[in-house]
Design a protein around this ligand. Structure first.
Ligand SMILES: [Zn+2]
Ligand SMILES: [Zn+2]
Length: 228
């Protein structure tokens, strides 16, 4: 059986301590590393939830909610942004690399998929050392107060002409034409309720109620505790 594909958190948990010893980090990068390492682990605390239909109990740890964390941004985008503002969400909620693109973590080497825009957008695989991978990832971490929209949005160099043209056309369109039809709103509501985060993942019917609060518990990390 092939080894499970790594997540960004696995790379940081395994190689982050060595990286910290050899690089001096600005505060926002250190915070980002810590957030990714702690995301959905006992370090952030959580709750034990109970299903009122099948009696299933489910331990849930808090997410870090850092805007650069692929797990948190991926979930946030799936829940809301893809439904509401798919185009904007693709750019404003973009993280430096998504977990989907990570292929392998072995012997201190990380392999990941990337798109070569200079070669007809071909998907390629790159392998770099974990140290170099962490350095590249942290370069994308923006200091507090900075927004990335300018660089990835309609002013990004590779899309500027097309997107500015789209903006002009949208500005010349009446608001009523841009709003979704009533049927689309109903679909949107249904899709949200179907993804109710309180819905029991075991039976899909009951609603989860928190029966125990788990205090944040910093310390050695277990490998991967909750992949939701
Ligand atoms: Zn997170
Ligand atoms: Zn249930």
């Amino acid at each position: 059986m092939p080894p499970p594909t790594p997540e960004l958190a696995d790379i940081f948990r395994q190689y982050g301590p060595a990286y910290r010893q050899t690089h001096s980090l600005p505060l926002h990068q250190e915070r980002l590393m810590q957030a990714i390492e702690d995301c959905r682990t006992p370090a952030l605390g959580g709750s034990v939830d109970w299903c009122d239909h099948c009696q299933f109990t489910h331990t849930r740890y808090r997410s870090c909610r850092n805007r650069h964390c692929p797990k948190c941004q991926g979930a946030a985008r799936e829940t809301w942004i893809e439904h509401v503002l798919e185009y904007l969400g693709r750019y404003t909620h973009r993280v430096a690399i998504s977990n989907r693109r990570l292929l392998n973590l072995e012997d201190g080497q990380v392999s990941f998929q990337w798109k070569d825009y200079r070669d007809e957008q071909q998907q390629k695989v790159m392998t770099v050392s974990a140290d170099d991978f962490i350095r590249r990832f942290l370069q994308h971490a923006l200091p507090p107060g900075f927004q990335r929209i300018r660089y990835y949005g309609f002013l990004a160099n590779c899309h500027r002409a097309d997107k500015l043209d789209l903006c002009r056309r949208l500005l010349a369109t009446s608001l009523s034409q841009l709003l979704p039809a009533l049927a689309a709103c109903h679909d949107f509501y249904a899709s949200l309720t179907a993804r109710n985060p309180r819905r029991c993942p075991n039976c899909g019917i009951g609603i989860l109620t928190s029966i125990q609060f788990l205090w944040p518990c910093p310390g050695p990390l277990a490998p991967r505790l909750d992949t939701s």
